[in-house]
Design a protein. Structure first.
Length: 336
């Protein structure tokens, strides 16, 4: 289906995001052929190393053709290294399960509760800290969000609700409208924060209906994107970011420091500059969560701190993200 352009910033017709979702690449061999690297298929791990591949075609189109070190490709392509068992790496890297308080509700930090709104993502990132999360039983959106909202209603200390997942924008807008109706009688929730990678990997998701939903929310709204490299941005992503801001959201970005992808000062500085050009402020740069299958992405702390020093020397302070690590059981993210 083709719909009208959602804003004047997008002059060409925009395809329905659900169709684009369904057309995503789910086969690693096809992904390699799409980017001109079909000859690398014999290096793929069996069974996608136990974590399904999923890449929207628009995101694959931003990869450099014929480059096996492309920083977007390396975020999504299954690797044999994922099969290595690394000491200190766990299936529940950040203590999610211990923080569970109700169906799909994690409560780690004072004043904030996190809803596992959905178990689906438009893209599956190989370093994902929830790649082993048992989503089946823990979806807050199930049953009209009832259990999750009952929990939030009972706890008046919760002023900020974080929609996470999976990707909360994988839900139909009608499902998000259900949530907004449920929040109407919970006045202590004054802020809604949405953690999403969809505006970056499938920017068509920020369509008219979603923008209208976001704009109509009475709560303050914060959208935290997830981009790791400047090459993830193009005109459609810029337009999606603009729509989020026009709907009244503060738009931030969190990145993960990833070996071979963004672990040099030039790349991180370019990312911060590109984010700001799109109207987005860098928020966090996460040290890798030590989840099984992702050890080959880790950058050691000394190297990470040296990178931060280099960034501080070349960028204004508002473009330098905070380098943090999440430690299970801590009352806040731990600054490095
Ligand atoms: S978008 Fe986020 S939750 Fe989804 S796979 Fe990537 S890192 Fe994990």
């Amino acid at each position: 289906m083709i719909t009208a352009s959602p804003t004047s910033r997008l002059s060409s017709p925009v395809r329905d995001w659900r169709e684009l979702w369904r057309e995503a690449i789910t086969d690693a061999g096809e992904l390699l052929r799409t980017v001109g690297l079909g000859q690398h298929a014999e290096r793929l791990p069996p069974g996608d190393a136990g974590f399904a591949l999923r890449v929207p075609r628009g995101f694959a189109a931003r990869m450099r053709h014929g480059d096996p070190r492309d920083p977007l490709l390396l975020q999504v392509l299954p690797q044999l290294a994922e099969l290595d068992e690394a000491p200190g790496y766990a299936t529940d890297a950040v203590g999610d399960l211990a923080a569970r308080e109700a169906r799909g509700v994690l409560h780690k930090y004072r004043g904030r509760a996190l809803l596992i709104a959905s178990g689906s993502c438009a893209v599956n990132c190989r370093y994902c800290f929830r790649r082993h999360f048992p989503y089946g039983a823990e979806i807050a959106a199930a049953g009209q969000w009832r259990q999750a909202l009952d929990h939030v209603r009972r706890d008046a200390t919760i002023s900020e609700l974080i929609l996470s997942g999976g990707d909360p924008l994988s839900l139909a807008t009608a499902k998000l409208e259900e949530l907004a109706r449920g929040l109407a009688d919970i006045p202590h929730v004054t802020r809604l924060r949405i953690h999403t990678r969809l505006p970056v990997v499938l920017p068509e998701r920020i369509d008219d209906a979603f923008a209208a939903w976001l704009a109509a929310l009475p709560q303050q709204k914060v959208v935290v994107l997830h981009a790791n490299h400047a090459n993830e941005f193009d005109a459609a992503v810029d337009a999606a970011c603009a729509r989020l801001r026009e709907a009244g959201a503060t738009v931030l970005n969190q990145s993960v420091l990833l070996r071979g992808i963004n672990d040099d000062a030039d790349t991180l500085a370019a990312l911060s500059e590109r984010l700001f050009a799109a109207g987005v402020l860098p928020y966090y740069l996460h040290q890798l969560d030590r989840v099984q299958g992702a050890a080959h992405f880790e950058v050691d702390d000394d190297a990470a701190l040296a990178l931060m020093g280099a960034l501080r020397e070349r960028l204004p302070g508002y473009l330098v993200p905070k380098l943090v690590r999440e430690v299970a059981g801590d009352a806040a993210k731990r600054p490095l």
